[in-house]
Design a protein around this ligand. Sequence first.
Ligand code: PLP
Length: 375
Amino acid sequence: MGIEQTLMPSPESWLARARPDDPVFFFCPLRLAQVAERFQSGFPGLVTYAVKANPAPEMIDGLVAAGIRAFDVASPAEMALVREHCPDAVLHYHNPVRSEAEIAAGLAHRCTSWSVDRPGELEKLRCLPKGTEIAVRLKLPVKGAAYDFGAKFGAGPELAEALLRRVAELGFTPSLTFHPGTQCRTPAPWARYVRAAADVARAAGVTLHRLNVGGGFPSDRGEGHPDLEAIFATIETATRAAFATPPRLVCEPGRGLCAEAFLLVLRVKAVGDDAVFLNDGIYGGMAEWRDLGPMARLRVVTPEGLPRGGAARERIVFGPTCDSLDRLPESVALPEAIREGDYLVFEGMGAYSRALVTGFNGYGARRIVAMTSAC
Ligand SMILES: *Cc1c(COP(=O)(O)O)cnc(C)c1O
């Protein structure tokens, strides 16, 4: 599927002309470049992109154009995708559980950093060339994220210490990595993790090559612009304070880098007394609503591309499939005057949206239109 380009000055002007009946993502390369610049000039270390958050080829191309050359990949398909768009990319293979065939793929794709969180998986990595960076994934019971990323992966401090020692013994380059949980609105979880990482390294008697502070950088879901700079500053200060020899820092944002770059536009299929039916829902671009709650950056637009204003009222919102679970978990305040054929424009929808579209019942947001101008 090739990308469509438009010279139209706004999503509204494109909608008024095209009147799409299917859901549409608008891709804003200028917004992507701004966020990438914010990370690259503000983060005190290497910025890598976690591909799973949005693997659209135009996202990878946009990041490469913005100067990102390092990527966190979790599967052979993600490795191939990045290599196709950026042949000289640095690949970090930070999915800590891998089949033998996946390890072979990681080697073939020249992945330079590998994470691990259990002894059996570390033994499987003994085939890697000596000196390869292996980052032990640390987990703590830390609050502050939209949901817990330690629930599946990560070794607690004691196991992390043993693994780190074993990594060094085997002749690999020892690092630590963690993920504080997605959509962390405050710097506190990073500060706690950095201190714990220093304790683990000290207890293991290992000098870390690098510390990877994960993803988890927040996007704006309606609470206001996240203060990324405060998070960067906390990470830097905490690292200097906690380590006698501070390791080099790496981050691997997914959401924080890609969310602003996409808008999602849905159409109203039908309006009932208390309910509105849309042409996409939780099996498509809004899959994350079940876990993260509603995206509040919403405006309603008439088919002519004009704002649909007036008083608002809460309504139940259903998606298009024939499954009764296909409704947004909370009601949404929509203009009293909303009509069939109107469009809902959601901002900040680049993360875990296109990536999670299932195609269930033949529906799902797939079309991507790139805006040449700012949007
Ligand atoms: C998903 C993931 C990320 C990105 O997380 P965000 O919360 O989207 O920033 C980074 N690193 C790893 C290992 C991941 O699995």
